[in-house]
Design a protein around this ligand. Sequence first.
Ligand SMILES: *Cc1c(COP(=O)(O)O)cnc(C)c1O
Length: 373
Amino acid sequence: MRFETLAVHAAAEADRLTGAVSSPIHLSTTFERAEDGSFPSGFAYIRNDNPNRRALESALAALEGGASAVAFASGMAATQAVFQALAPGDHVIIPADAYFGTSKLLHDHFVPWGLKVSVVDMRDLAAVRAALTPTTRLIWVETPSNPTISITDLRGVSSIAKEASVLMACDNTWATPFLQRPLSLGADLVVHSTTKYLSGHSDAMGGVVVIGQAGPLADKLRSIQASGGAVPSPFDCWLVLRGVRTLPWRMRAHCENALAVATFLAGRSSVERVHYPGLSGDPGHAIASGQMQAGGGMLSFVVPGGRAGAFSVANRLHVFTRATSLGGPESLIEHRTSVEGEKSRAPEGLLRVSVGLEHPDDLIADLDQALRA
Ligand SMILES: *Cc1c(COP(=O)(O)O)cnc(C)c1O
C-alpha cells in the first residue's frame, strides 16, 4: 500500500459495536474480566494498554515500517524511555545540534545516573567513528536538525553503528515518515514528538518510539511505558491519529510553501543566510536529496543587527505568529537564542520558521514588508 493509503487506513477499522467510522474515544480506565479471569478484549488497565493508544501505535509502526511502536505522553518522555532502556555506564553519542531538550535531559538527569555522553558534529562521519568507545551502546541522530536545519547522512551513520554493533536511534520529528524513513536507512529506533507534524494541529501532545525489530529492546521499552506510566491520554491518542490521516497532504504543502519562502529569502540582500535543505545551494542539499522526499517545512534565516534586528523583523510580521514549536497549520517564527538561553549555539540574528499551510504568496508578502521596513 502506498503511503497516502496507509495514512488513511492504518488501524482504521469501523467500530465493531456501533459501526462508527471515526473511532470512539475509550475513556475507561479499566476493563472487565471473563469468568475464567482472563481479559477477552485484550485490555486490562489504561496504563498498560487501551484501544486508542493501541490504534495509534499500530498506525505509527506501519507508517515508519517498524515492527511495533510505543506511545508516550510527550516527545521527551519517548526520548527518556530510550535512554532508560540503557544501563548506567553505557556510552551514547549525540549530535551537537540535538534538540535542546534532549541534550538537557541527558546532561541534567542521565549523566548523574551514569550514562556517558559524547557530543559530536554528526555531519562529520570521521568524528562519529572517533567518538566510539568499547562501552558505546547508542548513536542518537536528528536530521534535519535545529536550528540550522543541518542534515546528517543516515546511511553513513548507520554503517558506522552496524560495524561497531551499537544501536542507532533517529529523532524523525521534523522530517516525518512521509519524507524520511530512518528504519529503511539502517536505524534501529525512530523517535517522534507527535506534538508536531504527526498531530499537525498544535493541539495535542505526545511522543512515540518505533522499533525496527521485535526483541528484548522492544520488550524493555514496552515495560518502561507500562511501569513508568508516562503515557498519552486516549483523547490525545485519538487527536494524533486524526492528524496522521492527512499527514502526506499537509507535508506536501508545508514543503512547497517552505521552498517558496526559502527561495524568496535567499533572494533578499537584507537576509544574511538562509538554512533550508531544499535549496540547491544548501550544504545539506545533496544528502537530503538522497534520504528525504523534499526539504521539509522548517527553515531558519539570519538578519543583520543581531537580537534587535531579529526582534524587529519578527515583530513586524502579521501572518506569522511569534511562538515556539512547529508542525501546525499556522506559520510560526521564533528567535531561537531567546528560547535556548546562554548555551544556545544559534547566532543572535537567527529566526526559525515553521512554515504553515497558508497561501505562500501571503507569507512572502508579509516577510517582504517586514524586511523592507
Ligand atoms: C519538540 C521536539 C521534541 C520534544 O517533544 P515534546 O513533545 O515537546 O516533548 C523532541 N525532538 C524534536 C526534534 C522536537 O522538535
